[in-house]
Design a protein around this ligand. Structure first.
Ligand SMILES: *[C@@H]1O[C@H](CO)[C@@H](O)[C@H](O)[C@H]1NC(C)=O
Ligand SMILES: *[C@@H]1O[C@H](CO)[C@@H](O)[C@H](O)[C@H]1NC(C)=O
Ligand SMILES: *[C@@H]1O[C@H](CO)[C@@H](O)[C@H](O)[C@H]1NC(C)=O
Ligand SMILES: *[C@@H]1O[C@H](CO)[C@@H](O)[C@H](O)[C@H]1NC(C)=O
Ligand SMILES: *[C@@H]1O[C@H](CO)[C@@H](O)[C@H](O)[C@H]1NC(C)=O
Ligand SMILES: *[C@@H]1O[C@H](CO)[C@@H](O)[C@H](O)[C@H]1NC(C)=O
Ligand SMILES: *[C@@H]1O[C@H](CO)[C@@H](O)[C@H](O)[C@H]1NC(C)=O
Ligand SMILES: *[C@@H]1O[C@H](CO)[C@@H](O)[C@H](O)[C@H]1NC(C)=O
Length: 528
């Protein structure tokens, strides 16, 4: 007996101290199929797993179709192709600021190497030592305008989660994409035809299909399906906010928290508001002669998607749903960069006079607003450079007489006003934390530009704590390690990342009060 015990102990010691046997690639079981991934960067990655039927052929412009159970083994060692993306040519920075092109290029211009309509795949990245018996919190990334699900932020995030002792499993889906066009209206497949066929908002439906996939399969990778935090930036953050509106207060147990960087419900109107873009598209293809334009488009080209109220999936305008408290009440983080509008304003540098500015605002943002209301906006966003964006830079960065004005207006109307409106309405209904990033403030013309927080991984620690503890300030032992009070109407606290690297402190969400309030009010009356 004693000998046996000694032998067993020795054997165990041997097992524990001998070098890890090479057991082949990391694997997970999905239904009756074995999926094999790879170890890389100290992490285990399972890449490019199909989560729906390819939306090609007759499935083009239709909601995603669920897959049957997996039965054949899957090699998941490469990212799948991205969904077709529009080029980011509107981001082109003029020659005079050549040195900035690198900054923009690095941060925003992730041109995809490979694109295909057959793109509905999901990636899972986790710490290496995790097994299917672990139940780690899950961070589910919804990409924005500039990057697809294939990005490096994930590696830094998961590595950091291990360092903090709050390990997470990360997943990211591809979805049929949303686009910002030249003039920052959203690209559409939206029209009466689309509404009649009930095929609006396909990108949101793809995301939700992936969320259902996570519920079903993430435990095979060591994730806890009951602890899913949705994470997104830009169009990804807007998408998350709309996922929170899709089914009234119901989350359908698909997620328990939301972390949104630079994106809130945008004031879009009915899906038929996209008719003119749809008609233009039809006219640009061979489909104008067709008696069924939707079916013709299905057979002719790649297209883009954007959220719009379609009556069935996204039932009403987002602002209406928020106003009526038809919102999932999960804890959320929602914040902005200070100068959200700058990168989108270089393409409008040919607008140099007040008259041109007025015409441009009217055409692009409020075509139906009467002159009186339009003039109010113009007064609230004066030409004076010291009021423009990059904010707080005095007379600097005055690229054209209207540049800082355009940047201030666009940043507020698309990003800041929707965020403030959303979280003020939701205050008291759910836990909310908000932030403002002024990092990179002194980059010429760009300032604290859209996505500057993301590229720096500025929010990673807070996101990890939030995914793990439902609170961005709590460490693994549930101790408060950051002074970041919740956001309420009475005390609209912003955790503020100052220029340079000084410690963040708390400011109040009251800047440009009058202007932002006016924009929010107008967008309720005249949705995009
Ligand atoms: C983005 O990348 C493409 C391809 O590499 C390049 O042609 C384009 O100039 C870049 N755009 C910007 C704004 O840097
Ligand atoms: C994985 O290993 C790291 C470092 O050894 C440890 O901190 C972490 O808790 C482990 N994670 C799990 C899920 O076992
Ligand atoms: C909305 O909730 C209902 C009831 O739980 C559910 O049947 C339906 O699938 C949900 N819709 C979506 C889009 O998740
Ligand atoms: C459209 O035209 C096709 C033939 O080109 C015909 O088969 C079909 O019935 C027409 N559909 C309608 C709705 O008129
Ligand atoms: C600026 O350029 C755009 C795109 O080339 C053009 O559509 C618009 O009319 C121009 N605006 C002015 C005021 O020149
Ligand atoms: C952390 O502590 C708070 C009370 O301060 C408690 O309500 C919460 O449930 C704790 N969270 C965890 C994950 O233990
Ligand atoms: C936050 O820090 C900045 C710069 O360090 C300072 O100017 C400001 O007064 C501080 N605000 C508060 C509310 O402490
Ligand atoms: C916007 O509307 C709200 C509610 O009707 C009102 O209290 C507020 O004064 C309006 N803001 C502006 C700038 O008119």
């Amino acid at each position: 007996m004693l000998i046996l015990t000694v032998l067993l102990t020795l054997a165990m010691a041997l097992v524990l101290t001998s070098p890890v046997l090479d057991l082949g690639p990391p694997t997970a079981m999905l239904d009756s199929a074995m999926v094999s991934g790879l170890n890389d960067d100290g992490l285990t990655k399972f890449l490019g797993i199909r989560f729906a039927y390819p939306p090609i052929g007759d499935r083009r412009f239709r909601p995603p179709d669920s897959l049957p159970p997996y039965t054949t083994s899957i090699t998941a060692t490469q990212y799948g192709p991205a969904c077709p993306q529009q080029s980011a040519s509107f981001l082109h920075v003029p020659n005079i600021i050549d040195e900035l092109e690198n900054v923009v290029d690095k941060v925003l211009n992730h041109t995809e190497k490979q694109e295909s309509e057959d793109c509905l795949t999901i990636n899972v990245i986790r710490p290496e030592n995790v097994t299917s018996s672990d139940k780690l919190p899950v961070v589910l990334w919804i990409f924005g305008v500039f990057v697809s699900s294939n990005d490096d932020n994930a590696v830094a995030l998961v590595q950091r989660s291990v360092e903090l002792g709050q390990p997470v499993v990360y997943a990211a889906m591809n979805y049929r994409g949303t686009q910002l066009t030249q003039n920052l209206a959203f690209g559409f497949l939206a029209s009466q035809e689309v509404k009649d066929a009930d095929v609006g908002n396909l990108g949101l439906r793809d995301q939700r299909e992936a969320m259902r996939w996570v519920q079903k399969y993430i435990s095979a990778f060591g994730g806890d399906p009951n602890k899913v935090t949705l994470w997104g930036q830009s169009a990804g953050a807007i998408s998350i906010s709309l996922q929170m509106l899709i089914n009234g207060t119901e989350t359908n147990d698909l997620y328990r928290a939301a972390f949104m960087q630079s994106g809130a419900p945008i004031p879009v109107g009915s899906i038929t508001g996209g008719q003119k873009y749809y008609d233009f598209l039809v006219s640009e293809t061979e489909c104008s002669e067709s008696n069924d334009t939707l079916s013709c488009l299905r057979n002719s080209l790649n297209l883009v998607w954007t959220p719009r109220a379609d009556g069935t999936y996204l039932k009403e305008n987002p602002q209406y749903l928020v106003e009526h408290n038809m919102v999932a009440g999960v804890p959320m983080v929602s914040g902005n960069c200070d100068d959200e509008g700058t990168v989108f304003s270089f393409s409008s540098t040919n607008i140099t006079t007040p008259e041109q500015f007025k015409k441009w605002v009217k055409e692009i943002y409020v075509p139906n607003a009467p002159d009186g209301e339009l003039n109010q906006i113009l007064n609230l966003y004066p030409q004076t450079p010291s009021y423009g964006s990059p904010f707080d830079t005095g007379s600097l960065n005055d690229l054209t007489p209207q540049f800082k004005r355009i940047a201030a207006f666009q940043g507020d109307v698309v990003f800041q006003a929707p965020r403030r409106y959303f979280i003020q309405r939701r205050s008291g209904h759910q836990k909310i934390w908000s932030y403002l990033s002024m990092r990179d403030k002194y980059l010429p013309y760009l300032g604290s530009f859209h996505a500057s927080d993301l590229s720096a991984g500025l929010l990673n620690d807070y996101l990890i704590r939030f995914a793990s503890m439902l609170d961005p300030t709590k460490d693994k032992d549930n101790n408060t390690v950051v002074n970041w009070p919740e956001y309420t109407t009475e005390s609209p606290n912003l955790y503020t990342f100052r220029p340079f690297n000084s410690d963040p402190n708390i400011t109040q969400d009251t800047y440009r009060d009058q202007a932002i309030s006016q924009l929010a009010n107008l967008s309720l009356i005249y949705p995009l």
